[in-house]
Design a protein around this ligand. Structure first.
Ligand SMILES: *[C@@H]1O[C@H](CO)[C@@H](O)[C@H](O)[C@H]1NC(C)=O
Length: 175
């Protein structure tokens, strides 16, 4: 499930207010891409998503991207993952833009990008900017299962994000 229109609007406002100077972005690792894909679920054909938009693959939004006339359904899971990798770029950028993001390990980073894809860039800021400025990455992983769960509706998603976040990795985010 994608972030709400409300959060998107918040992000759009802050995105225009903040000057875009050299914001880095790093691609998430394969484990994180697979996690997000698994959480979104795959549809080979066009369908109507929870906000009434036409979508395909792992939640690729046709209205937002205006590119579905060039997509020939049914698509394969590999094609779906390519679209997903493009769709999460905005969220890789906003997580990389947070304080100390370069010090996240690759799994902590991937979990936060998954959270951002679901809760919006405004959501990541709201819930995690304090912990990021304190470099409390362990605290983020521990709190993830209980954060912005929509009264339990997203418990399973958050539990999986929290578990991925806590999985040791010697690789850094790349931010
Ligand atoms: C990280 O590096 C240490 C030391 O080289 C190694 O023992 C450990 O297995 C590595 N952990 C992971 C998750 O790769």
């Amino acid at each position: 499930m994608k972030f709400s229109i409300f959060v998107l609007a918040l992000f759009a406002v802050s995105a225009t207010a903040v000057p875009h100077t050299k914001v880095k972005r790093a691609a998430v690792n394969q484990g994180a891409l697979d996690l997000i894909a698994h959480l979104e679920g795959f549809r080979a054909n066009f369908y109507t998503d929870s906000v009434g938009d036409t979508a395909i693959g792992y939640g690729h939004d046709c209205e937002a991207n205006q590119d579905c006339s060039s997509i020939h359904a049914p698509i394969t899971e590999a094609q779906g993952k390519e679209l997903l990798a493009q769709d999460i770029r905005t969220f890789e950028t906003c997580v990389c833009d947070m304080d100390n993001a370069a010090d996240l390990n690759a799994n902590e980073y991937g979990a936060l990008v998954s959270f951002a894809y679901n809760s919006g860039c405004g959501g990541v800021d709201t819930y995690w900017s304090t912990a990021m400025s304190e470099k409390n990455f362990e605290g983020i992983c521990e709190a993830l299962p209980h954060t912005n769960t929509l009264n339990g509706e997203l418990d399973s998603r958050r539990a999986q994000e929290g578990a991925f976040c806590s999985k040791p990795s010697n690789a850094t985010s790349g931010c």
